[in-house]
Design a protein around this ligand. Sequence first.
Ligand code: KIV
Length: 297
Amino acid sequence: MSTEPMIKVSSTRERLPMTIPALLDHKHRGEPLVMVTCYDYPSARIVEEAGVDLVLVGDTAAMTVLGYDSTVPVTVDELLVLVKAVRRGLRSPLLVGDLPFGSYEVSNEQAVTTAQRFVKEAGCDAVKLEGGGVMIDRARAIAQTGIPVVGHVGLTPQTATALGGFKAQGRTAERARGVVEDALALQAAGCCAIVFEAIPAPVAEVAMERIEIPVIGIGAGSATDGQVLVWHDLLGLYEWGSPRFVKRYAELRPQILEALRSYAGEVRAGQFPTSEYTYSIDPGELAELRQQLSENA
Ligand code: KIV
């Protein structure tokens, strides 16, 4: 870790903060919305500079950052730490916090209480929850308190076991109808946007003909109003492969590995640090130090 003071300089040209009405304007103008997940401060600074429209601190953090096997175990307190860090790094993108499994399903009161924590303690602009059915009531309850809510249909990882695993949803007419109906019900409940995950592109197209709020897709084709990708997928930070719908825009893991191996190799070979990376002291002061230490010996 550097001992230099951290200088926070914004190299970003000031952009207008993204708002809920602005999301809708994007949709009406046909300007695709760009969303990415993010889980820490330095990444948030990069996202800000890249000019992304929406940032999701997803419960994927459970797997990408915290090393759990699924998104299910992550707690509200764990996610809030990450959301706060991202908040400190962002100015203009709309910040959406994911309500984790078990933090909103039980009752409308539980859902509102958790959503309020994301807004009040961590500075989220909106929260996201997964699923249709009773979750539509939860979404409505949160929206009625004035907190913007993003719905999430199709593959909903928190309940992937019930869906038969991490696989595309809505591949029969009946199932696809369920996805579209859930989306329409979430819209009617007051959601400000919806995520479509892992559904056939033609199903998303049919849904888009009926939905008036912005829809962000992940594995749902190009008809949606925008796209979201997970940070670690997009940047190639895993040693394993990615789902079919992920395009890896970089392969950073091999580069990081190479950098770490070079560092380790140089430390072990006595090649780092060289004088260029060290502090000096006036020779007179050094002589004085030696003198004082030998007198005290
Ligand atoms: O948690 C998450 O990262 C998500 C995205 C995959 C949309 O829900």
